[in-house]
Design a protein. Structure first.
Length: 331
């Protein structure tokens, strides 16, 4: 099966609960119907006033049967959610009144549903910025224990089967952290490795990329990747990795033999970690266009529970696919 079919099949088998905070966004309402009809989730909750959601649904001919609707400001769980949020943020100076006001926001409510187990996954971004989605997730769901930064990855598929995992790679980070520190880069590598396991179902083999291979160039940007490698070594993660490597060295065994003989990732790389957003974003778009590859994502990674961001230009199909992928990561 291809990537999308695999993720949908996994979501169907897992039957998890999904919350979509942008409940009055027409594409989201249509996607909710498809998700229920294809049994990608055990339940789908749209956030917003029931009358407003019904109006959108009627206009587009969408049947809301089997879809849950919650209006945060009038829901019985508001006090419970607000108290939980206050406890999380009081060390930042938040008051109980502020917590109640912010919890009425749909993004915060959705994130709290995931935190409290009332939903297993959250997808938003069709009408909210990436920054807003990230902030709600970070302040309420938080990151995986041991990691301090959330990031993103793309699944690059449809390449020559001799590359990566049968023609598929994880590219990270291409959408979230503009200029990661060495510690953040190590976090991104760990998150990307986990994404490789979950999306490609193979053991991750990670290359930390640079314009230098094993000290062939001297620059602070190179030193950052070298430092990230040492941080990873100190953590002793359960995956193969190496760096700093130029892209050809990471991918072509003969080049690696010449530049970094004895590397443990020779001929095995399926996960590429870029030193910054510029190189990551440029690279995935070039591979997508020049190699006619499929680029799925960006998918958020590093969060303690599944959360995904959408492009504001996302189609209904894009939303459905992102939801399936996000649901497939739920535990």
């Amino acid at each position: 099966m291809d990537f999308v079919s695999t993720m949908k099949a996994k979501a169907v088998s897992m039957r998890k609960k999904l919350v979509l905070p942008e409940g009055t966004e027409p594409r989201t309402v249509k996607a909710a119907r498809i998700i229920i009809d294809e049994q990608l989730a055990a339940s789908v909750t749209l956030l917003g006033k029931a009358a407003d959601i019904q109006k959108i649904a009627e206009k587009d001919g969408v049947n809301l049967r089997g879809i849950d609707i919650v209006y945060p400001q009038g829901d019985a769980k508001l006090t419970k959610y607000a108290q939980e949020y206050y406890e999380l943020r009081k060390h930042k100076g938040m008051t109980e009144e502020q917590a109640r006001m912010e919890m009425a926001d749909a993004l915060h409510w959705a994130a709290m549903m995931v935190r409290m187990g009332d939903a297993d996954a959250m997808v938003a971004g069709a009408e909210n910025t990436t920054g807003d989605v990230l902030r709600s997730g970070l302040s309420i769901i938080g990151t995986v224990p041991g990691l301090k930064v959330a990031s993103s990855c793309f699944v690059m598929s449809g390449l020559d089967p001799k590359w990566g995992a049968n023609g598929t790679f994880i590219f990270s980070d291409c959408a979230v952290v503009p200029d990661p520190t060495d510690e953040q880069l190590a976090d991104i590598a760990e998150s990307a490795a986990q994404s490789c396991r979950e999306f490609l179902d193979v053991d991750p083999v990670v290359a930390l990329l640079s314009f230098s291979t094993k000290g062939s160039a001297k620059h602070e940007a190179v030193s950052k990747v070298q430092s990230a490698l040492e941080i990873l070594k100190s953590r002793k993660p359960n995956f193969l990795f190496d760096g700093e490597l130029q892209a050809d060295a990471a991918l072509v065994p003969s080049v690696l033999d010449a530049k970094a003989p004895g590397s443990p990732i020779r001929g095995k790389v399926n996960t590429l970690v870029f030193p910054g957003l510029a190189s990551g974003n440029i690279s995935y778009k070039m591979v997508q266009r020049l190699a006619n590859a499929e680029a799925f994502g960006p998918f958020l990674q590093g969060f303690a529970k599944p959360i995904s961001d959408l492009s504001r230009g996302a189609s209904v199909d894009d939303i459905v696919i992102t939801c399936a992928v996000t649901l497939s990561r739920a535990k």
